[in-house]
Design a protein around this ligand. Structure first.
Ligand code: NAD
Ligand code: DAU
Length: 335
């Protein structure tokens, strides 16, 4: 492989993945991103002038943009998506358009081209909630939110292109990422930035829902391992193994920042809230990958990043974000 198309590379995980590709490998990297609300070229300011990097401002639903971006590519790593569950509950339309139709456009272009690897970045949410035990790759899919239903659709479509057309696809199912540059709507960056400003940390229901957290660069390393060593047609779970509930996340952040636990506020639950995810990642680990960061150290460096990069998130947390947040959640924990 020489040239890799990354979709959604201006977002949180995609930007870390592009940095990994440019610094660790010799690939030419094309980044196709529509710069939706969570897309931010500042996430890539350190590599924008890199000789092996090219940005294309375009939409994965647009056949012409996809054709231009995929020209000459040997591999596709597909991150672009609408990614936030709460938004999908309120306004599902964009999720169907981007996560399903956009993935279909990329697959069609890939099967007409000369693609050696098509990697879909999927999610543990496709398994639905797992109240006990851990999800393995062969488990049935049981998505329960509009977001996870569209990701499961993409996941199945990608595998259908392997079975039907022999397109050499691989799929990763990652757990909850955290780290620098995460849009401050997901729990960890929302709570860090709220706590810095002594605003409320809104925990849904009783704060007991569990997620399997992974530091973003560990997830990116897992994706790279699957890209290079995964078997075509196969799925690989990429989880951090750090099972934490909302209360544990909130108290850990408050502890690192030296803020009072009184900032925690219990609010109305997310409709259809999945109460627990947990991944068995032994199949990806058999490729020689394992997460390298402890949750505690990674959380401390994430908090440090948000403290040192206030301009990045304060710009986001004004204007459109503010109006959207108010519409979604009312006044609680508002910037
Ligand atoms: P993000 O919201 O930060 O980034 C998404 C990016 O996709 C943005 O840059 C956005 O501009 C771009 N995009 C959206 N619609 C597009 C379109 N129609 N055309 C082109 N670009 C478009 O999301 P993230 O958290 O970085 O997630 C990236 C991928 O990883 C998603 O596919 C998500 O489902 C998956 N994933 C995320 C997590 C997580 O914890 N965040 C875990 C597992 C899997
Ligand atoms: O599991 C992987 C998924 O993780 C990814 O596929 C998604 O793209 C990503 O958004 C994330 O989804 P979650 O819904 O798990 O993440 P979120 O940060 O929104 O919520 C994590 C947990 O925290 C969940 O139990 C809901 C709770 N929560 C979240 C927010 C935003 C709160 O209690 N309060 C909040 O304000």
């Amino acid at each position: 492989m020489r040239k890799i198309l990354v979709t959604g590379g201006a977002g949180f995980i995609g930007s870390h993945f592009i940095r990994l590709l440019l610094t660790r490998y010799d690939y030419e990297v094309v980044n196709l991103d529509a710069l939706m609300y969570s897309g931010n070229l500042k996430n890539l300011s350190d590599v924008e002038g890199h000789g092996r990097y090219r940005f294309i401002h375009g939409d994965i639903r647009d056949e012409a943009a996809v054709g231009e971006a995929m020209a000459g590519a040997d591999a596709v790593v597909h991150f672009a998506a609408e990614s936030h569950v709460d938004r999908s509950i309120r306004e599902p339309d964009a999720f169907l358009q981007t996560n399903i139709i956009g993935t279909y456009r990329l697959l069609e272009a890939a099967r007409r081209g000369d693609i050696e690897r098509f990697l879909l970045v999927s999610t543990d949410e496709v398994y639905g909630q797992v109240l006990t035990g851990t999800s393995r790759e062969g488990d049935p899919l049981d998505p329960r939110s509009p977001y996870s239903a569209t990701k499961a659709s993409a996941d199945l479509l990608v595998r259908a292109y392997w079975t039907t057309y022999g397109l050499p696809v691989v799929t990763t199912r990652g757990s909850n990422n955290f780290g620098p540059n995460q849009y401050p709507e997901k729990i960890i960056p929302l709570f860090i930035t709220n706590a810095i400003d002594s605003l409320a940390l809104p925990l849904y229901n009783d704060g007991k829902a569990v997620r399997d957290y992974i530091y973003v660069t560990d997830h990116c390393e897992g994706i790279a391992a699957v890209l290079h060593r995964g078997q075509p047609g196969e799925v690989y779970n990429v989880g951090g193994g750090n099972l934490k509930n909302g209360i544990e996340i909130a108290t850990a952040i408050l502890r690192v920042l030296g803020k009072p636990e009184g900032l925690i506020t219990f609010v109305t639950d997310r409709p259809g809230h999945d109460l627990r995810y947990s991944l068995d990642s032994s199949k990806a680990q058999a490729l020689g990958w394992k997460p390298g960061h402890s949750f505690e150290t990674a959380l401390e460096s994430t908090v440090a990043w948000y403290r040192e990069n206030e301009g990045w998130w304060r710009e986001i947390k004004s204007g459109a974000y503010r109006d959207y947040y108010r519409k979604m959640y009312g006044e609680r924990g508002n910037p």
